[in-house]
Design a protein around this ligand. Sequence first.
Ligand code: CP3
Length: 350
Amino acid sequence: MNFAGMNVENDLLLRAARGEKMERYPVWLMRQAGRILPEYRAVRNSLSGFKELVETPELAAEVTIQPVDILGVDAAIIFSDILVVPEAMGLPYEMVEKKGPWFENTIRSEEQLKGIETDFNIEDRLGYVTEAIRITNRELNGRVPLIGFAGAPWTIFCYMTEGQGSKTFSESRKILYTNPTLAHELLNRITDVTIRYLKAQIQAGAHLIQVFDSWAGILGKEQYSEFGLKYLKRIADAIQEVPVTLFSKGAYASLNDIAALDCNTVGLDWNMSITEVRKAIGENRTIQGNLDPCSLYASHSDVERATNNLLDSFVSRRHIVNLGHGVYPDVDPEKVKTFIKTVKCYEIQY
Ligand code: CP3
């Protein structure tokens, strides 16, 4: 049975993405799986590390469903990481405790690019993700939609060239100036694999796809257009089966260009004004976001007030409520519940 075709009981997220009528706004949180829940840490601590969890479909499914049961979000997002794609292409990563991702090898020359593969079978190398999607849908039994995801080519390029996290990604950006041909060749290969990977997720049962361009904001407008948007466009054009959300963090100057791509939803970080963005992009795209993740450190009544202020700033129904970036690991889950409850109680005025 193809779960993507199966009816979802709570389909608010999908209706919001398609611009259909809904009785209230859907709400979920980026990075809701893992990070904040003690129930997640219990599963995670019983294993050798993050990667074992990602690569064990039954457990990945379990932590994917935890926020649905515990927090009451309107969607699940499959527990995985954007870095499984470079690994499948031949560049393995480690997740170093308290430090983040680390790649032993990087791609900074034509010679190194030779080892990067694109034509492998997705099920062979990333079958643990599609299997986790199938198990999750079986266990969710249609309660809420399941979001599949991938990193945008530019963001994956950043990790493959820098080899680790960075504030500036200057090694990655250096290549755009010194060897743009190499950059385009690598971006093209990442895009080819990402499209096939997302289609495999949809085939396995993902109801909506989100593409995370976490490092969009470190490029100027011209460079983002050449090295970022060009490849996002290929993905948006290729994925027609389910709604697509594009989240280009910090890409203020390119918002109109992002909204012009063939996507349903544009994700916003908390620096952007919903009112201004709505004016700029018009009514035929859904906006996702954008409460400051830090606002969840405030008191319960302040969380409620901040959430209501955000909702009051909407002037149409085409919204999916979320934070402006992933939830921070030390946020009290009770504050997250207050955020979610406030959205669920809010009456749409128009
Ligand atoms: O959203 C979800 O809940 C689903 C799971 C998910 C993870 N990573 C699990 C994870 C998703 C959607 C991601 C996306 C991801 N991964 C992005 C894009 C979104 C963003 O935050 O900008 C990026 C840039 C990565 C790369 C990555 N993975 C980094 C930089 C780190 C280390 C720091 C951090 O964010 O925790 C990770 C590790 C990671 N990915 C963890 C989780 C739950 C923490 C690891 C642990 O449990 O020890």
